[in-house]
Design a protein around this ligand. Structure first.
Ligand SMILES: C[S@@+](CC[C@H](N)C(=O)[O-])C[C@H]1O[C@@H](n2cnc3c(N)ncnc32)[C@H](O)[C@@H]1O
Length: 227
């Protein structure tokens, strides 16, 4: 009998040549390269960010970007230099730019070739520091396990494609139906997002304490990640 292969099992040769191990000299029990003073400052309930020149703010270029400073804060707070950051829905590549600034390796995925090109262009405009690598890949986020080895990702930072984006600008249900973007398309977008994030679960490094504890929660609850 020939076993039916899922797309993920079918091609395991697409692994990206990207490093994922620490290059810093922090103590092995430190959560990140962030020092105690910065860690305490980050405990503030509300974080404030200012836009910078490199941010994409033109909705015609990409309708839903976040400022580079936002992923950079999470990356610095929760990873070490040299570790691997993943953005499954990378859009204009803000997470990759932040990772470059913070000397973390990073991989970003997007369905749109235009956004992947834009992300690459933004990276090309930065200084060519040899310290880390950032890759933008055109692929469905549900296929990411083809590209990254298990337990190599230190942090996932993303802004996902919320289902209601499909019906933005006051589109009526009838107009959405005419263009093929029906309510059920919205629901399936949301399901796809859940599958994508859940599929990335085995990629997370067990060296991170919160990954170990949440895996234990999963096991004791009897729940399994959605496939
Ligand atoms: C909210 S945007 C991310 C914006 C990004 N944070 C930035 O600053 O540019 C979500 C992105 O997810 C992408 N996307 C939607 N479905 C996807 C899928 N199944 N796989 C990969 N990318 C997808 C869209 O093309 C869009 O660029």
């Amino acid at each position: 009998m020939v076993a039916e292969m899922t797309p993920v099992e079918a091609a395991e040769t697409d692994l990206l040549p990207i490093p994922h191990t620490r290059t810093c000299t922090c103590a092995s029990n430190h959560v990140s390269c962030t020092d105690a003073k910065e860690w305490i400052k980050a405990q503030l309930g509300v974080w404030q960010f200012t836009y910078e020149k490199r941010d994409v703010r033109d909705k015609a270029v990409h309708p839903a970007t976040f400022p580079i400073a936002l992923p950079k804060r999470w990356i610095e707070l929760l990873t070490h230099r040299g570790e691997l950051v993943l953005d499954p829905f990378v859009g204009a590549g803000s997470t990759l730019v932040a990772a470059r600034d913070a000397e973390r390796n990073a991989a970003g995925f997007d369905l749109s070739s235009d956004y992947v090109r834009l992300a690459k262009e933004r990276l090309n405009q930065l200084s060519m520091l040899e310290a880390s690598e950032q890759l933008a890949v055109q692929a469905d986020a549900r296929e990411i396990p083809r590209y990254l080895a298990p337990e190599t990702v230190a942090l996932i930072v993303t802004s996902p494609p919320y289902a209601n984006l499909l019906n933005r600008h006051g589109r009526t249900r009838a107009a959405a139906a005419r263009s093929g973007r029906t309510a059920s398309t919205s629901r399936s977008s949301s399901t796809q997002m859940t599958c994508a994030i859940s599929g990335c679960w085995p990629l997370m490094s067990m060296a991170r304490p919160w990954v170990r504890s949440s895996r234990a929660c999963f096991r004791s609850s009897g729940l399994a990640p959605i496939a």
